[in-house]
Ligand binder design. Sequence first.
Ligand code: ADP
Ligand code: MG
Ligand code: MG
Length: 869
Amino acid sequence: KKWVYLFKEGNASQKYLLGGKGANLCEMTNIGLPVPPGLTVTTEACTEFYEQGKKLTDEIINQIEANLSILEEQTGKKFGDIDNPLLVSVRSGAAFSMPGMMDTILNLGLNDKTVEGMANKTGNKRFAYDSYRRFIQMFGDVVLEIPKVKFDNALETAKEEKGYNFDTELTAEDLISLVDEFKTIYKEETKTEFPQEPENQLLMAVEAVFRSWNNQRAITYRNLYDIPHNLGTAVNVQSMVFGNMGDTSGTGVAFTRNPSTGEKNVFGEFLINAQGEDVVAGIRTPLPIDKLNEVMPEIYNQFIEAAHTLEQHYKDMQDIEFTIEEGKLYFLQTRNGKRTADAALRAAVEMVDEGLITKKEAVMRVDPKSLDQLLHPKFDQADLEKSVPIAKGLPASPGAATGKIYFTADEAVAAVQRGEDTILVRKETSPEDIEGMNKAKGILTSRGGMTSHAAVVARGMGKCCVAGCESINVNESSKIMTVKGETYTEGDYISLDGSTGSVYKGKIKTVEANISGNFSKLMEWADEFRVLGIRTNADTPKDSEVAVKFGAEGIGLCRTEHMFFEESRIFSVRKMIIADSVEQREKALAEILPMQKNDFKGIFKVMGIRPVTIRLLDPPLHEFIPHDEEDIIDLAKDMNVSVTKLKDTINGLQEFNPMLGHRGCRLAISYPEIARMQTKAIIEAAIEVSREENINIIPEIMVPLVGKKEELSILRKLIIEVAEETKKEFGSDLQYLVGTMIEIPRACVTADEVAEYADFFSFGTNDLTQMTFGYSRDDAGKFLEDYKDAGILEQDPFQTIDQVGVGKLVETAVKLGRGAKDHLHLGVCGEHGGDPASIEFFHKTGLDYVSCSPFRVPVARLAAAQAAV
Ligand code: ADP
Ligand code: MG
Ligand code: MG
């Protein structure tokens, strides 16, 4: 078996065998760029190493040695040769770039004799011994895990004794004795001599790289990024070139395009007379790459040309490491450059314009999740650098916001009406805060997690939110917050970054997102490729407008209950709930009807002929009930009942398990008059807007939480009855659809029966996940981390759909439903509708559309395109 490849034998497609770094070193060699020759020990050798009980087999060792001889021929140098020693670097490189793996060892091959050879050859004894002492330290640290400080302390002591301030003041003689000391440390720590045989040094280093594949840092990193543990790492052994041989030498790193903006312009830094690690270590300040044109114009031009070649060759932005040795340029690494969302977008679009990549490739180049960063306001960079962070909470909903703090929703709303920018600060938010949340620029809470009320609602609104900021003490009644001993009162300015969770003191300028230009171009391309429709979850005309702007093709879920919370109507809603006779309830409902109808008209007007699915009332009624004593008294007065009686009624509404309680279609079965009112409001609104705008709106009425076909058959009948009555009243021939949410496991497995009474299904995967796992959505946060740590769950099933279980129910329902009804229209309206991994699954399952919150619409468009490509 071939365990070792020379750089001229491999290519870029062998990433899994040679690691990313090795495969690209091979590729660069083969396209004719100057790469110091070397060899790669394969990832398979790593696997073999573990299978042999962490030992290199003779076959592997033989192949390393045989290829080393070839390397010696290629370079005209020899391992251990006193006159012309071969020195190499040993570099780890897995298929995926992985911090946590072993550090690179430079100058391997130095020993007591070759160091003299180096000194003679370069005429620079100091340089030779400095390289040697660095090598001993690196080798000791990396291969034998001798604490670095031991070496550092010895170095510091040597400097102190001589009264030096800088390493550079150490003379050749100083370094010679330091090398002796380092070797003594090595011996004390390992009970062995520092290995003098270069072959030995090399085999020890190769083994150390293989061992580092399974060190704790590497394992943790792989777990974090879902990288399989059985891939193994390769080892690259490469002849050294020296960037620290004087003023005609140097080293640097550069990107073929600007990695933060995407601008097509080589972007990077270099240092004259330095080795690679010096650039990264930040000891000396590197110069911008343009300056290379002044110092070494020929090298500069050669570099720019090669950078262009590499980008054309890889058809992607490259991140390049290079070294100049005495006026000769060498390439040491290239890889696809990491970039910000802005840069990814700009580079992808411009590369299509340049003819470098296809539209399809461009669509694949941008991570849908990263679009979030592009859609929200950001802080002005210069302003941000001057600002003072005061606390850090959870990055609950992205975007940047700046404004005056207010501690109640009402005051925030009033301030907005006065024309102020506001930040709503609460311990935690509740449904009563909705309006204030909607009006504020941002929301800050001191309690609650990523799925707290504030976080969920803010994400839905696309509003910046920092949640669970525990270090801030919020006192709502005295209208102050304190953090780090400082007090902020109502009206003080703060700024929030919902993408990082940072809270800043004072005002910071924000810049609006730009969704035209490159952004809209990429989105159009995505639309060409995707098969899934993209709808949005929206409850207001404003949300609908935002969603349409982002490209939503309809509304997949309009929750009617949010309309019930608004200040002006909650009173009537409460009367409706408290009513103890049908007449009383109908009277209250009659007050609500025109308001609901107006809501629907507003939404229909925005959406035009785009489909709109409206869900009948879903949450348990107690959610609408007053909690404040004052509100209770007011309500009792208005309804002419005693406070005690009202409190009894309220208590009667409490449930032990409201999520599994009196909600969804169960409400409509118990109180059909609610469903009647809502149907009437929907149909009337659709008729009126159709007439006003001269279009044909086809509303979709959706019944939530159906588990048995009987529930749907009864309610379908009721809805049709009311709809037809209303149509007659208006003399209209409006068309409409009646469908159901599929969110109870029983409905999935009896979907053929349910389909009989449904024109469409919309999978409510939030509740479906909750009921399939039996995990409460609102409480699962407490143990999800433990479950992940224990290896039971890989992801939060409320964020990414559990394909094996919940997904199987979806597949079953699709099959049964379509089996019973060919043209059954199918969609998803749970949070998963905006999650790229879940969208890929829904695409495969053959759904017609996904629906997500407005700000996720572009994410969904791109993810749906990627699923289809
Ligand atoms: P990382 O994966 O951390 O970037 P590398 O293997 O790229 O590690 O090595 C780090 C640095 O060491 C390189 O950027 C380069 O400057 C230097 N280096 C590695 N191999 C050589 C070599 N053969 N000659 C000169 N410098 C080298
Ligand atoms: Mg590197
Ligand atoms: Mg539900």
